[in-house]
Design a protein around this ligand. Structure first.
Ligand code: AMP
Length: 362
């Protein structure tokens, strides 16, 4: 099939790499020729014209997107010409923290208490309602910890609101979590569901640095709980493709933070660490073909992000259980340039390889 992707970053690149063995062709609607998906398919340069969007849609049997910040109106336009998975409904819900949270509430999925805020006086009222400490986040367009302010005292309210640049925001109670987890899952058009194991994520400066898969010491009950939340979200949005939820593990329960209607950085380990990667399963779902097995190929996997600078890649290239992925991006502070996945069957092997790659982790 001809698969169109809105965007052309590393997620589009890895989708293409999973789609070629299945006989598909790729097209990318993008703003520039220079991107991680260059040469992995035909590029349609978005110049604001209707013709390009129509041409792209006409040339794609199915269209998907790699970012929740994709313009819903473009997705709707494309949806009139060809199939789009996941649907505009998933995109619309996931690109606004308030819409996400009200869906969690509707489905009885625990999330942090929150209030939507449009100005300083609403922020003051919200703080009275949910208390401090709390996090103020922009309702849309926040990622990698951008557009967030941790408020610890009433004296910070002016500064916090100013940092939001006057855009709609959400105030969330601070969750006292033990660790951060995520769940990646996929739903097919025939209503089949496949779940990867819960993984543990560590961040630095708001950016994911390390994923351990599966997360250790997860009871079957906790995995089941996460899958129940995921299943109800997938079904409610009639979602086709991969969906990711990020969760906080507290003393004895899970609190859902946010979700993404797409393949996710915390699922990159699945390329080598699972029988079918998240990218291949997304491809299978959107091309309306059977989903693949999500079980692990090794007892442990770890994914280390390469951030800002390439680092000592040669060390990773010489480790027998490390797999290097570079995204064809130039070095820039805070930028995701690639990742390394380690697979291991003993904790010793895992830790030895992680130690060897410690220069990649701050
Ligand atoms: P987000 O953009 O919502 O994923 O937030 C980025 C990071 O901020 C998360 O990975 C958490 O480490 C932290 N964070 C976000 N929301 C909360 C919250 N309500 N309570 C505690 N920590 C949070």
């Amino acid at each position: 099939m001809k698969i169109g992707v809105l965007g052309s970053g590393q997620l589009g690149r890895m989708l293409a790499l999973s789609a070629y063995p299945l006989g598909h062709q790729m097209r990318f609607l993008t703003s520039s020729e220079e991107n991680p998906s260059s040469l992995l398919g035909s590029t349609f340069i978005q110049n604001g014209s209707q013709e390009i969007i129509e041409d792209f849609a006409k040339n794609s049997d199915v269209v998907t997107y790699e970012s929740e910040n994709t313009d819903v109106s473009i997705v709707n336009k494309i949806g009139q010409k060809t199939t789009v998975y996941p649907s505009a409904k998933s995109l619309y819900t996931c690109q606004h923290r308030g819409r996400e949270k009200s869906l969690f509430e509707k489905l009885n999925i625990p999330c942090a208490p929150y209030q939507m805020v449009n100005n300083l006086s609403e922020l003051k009222n919200a703080v009275e309602k949910i208390g401090l400490p709390a996090i103020l986040k922009t309702a849309t367009h926040g990622y990698d910890g951008k557009g967030q302010f941790l408020i610890q005292s009433d004296t910070q309210l002016d500064q916090a609101w100013e940092s939001m640049s006057d855009v709609e925001s959400i105030l969330e109670s601070l969750v006292n979590f033990k660790r951060e987890l995520s769940l990646v899952a996929v739903r097919g058009v025939d209503n089949t569901h496949k779940f990867y194991p819960l993984v543990e994520n560590s961040h630095h400066n708001g950016i994911l640095r390390l994923t351990i898969a599966p997360a250790q010491n997860i009871s079957p009950k906790l995995q089941q709980q996460a899958e129940t939340y995921m299943r109800s979200l997938l079904d409610e949005m009639n979602h086709v493709g991969v969906l990711t939820i990020e969760l906080f593990e507290t003393d004895n329960t899970l609190v859902v933070n946010e979700m993404a209607p797409r393949v996710h950085n915390s699922g990159h380990w699945t390329i080598e660490g699972a029988r079918t990667s998240q990218f291949e399963n997304h491809t299978r779902a959107i091309t309306e073909t059977p989903l693949g097995d999500t079980s692990c190929t090794h007892k442990y996997s770890a994914m280390i992000n390469i951030i800002g600078e390439q680092g000592p890649i040669d060390i990773a290239l010489t480790l027998k259980n490390a797999h290097v992925h570079l995204y064809n991006k130039t070095e820039r502070k805070g930028r995701k340039l690639g990742h390394i996945t380690i697979t291991a069957n003993t904790l010793d092997d895992l830790n030895t390889s992680l130690d060897a790659l410690s220069d990649f982790m701050p």
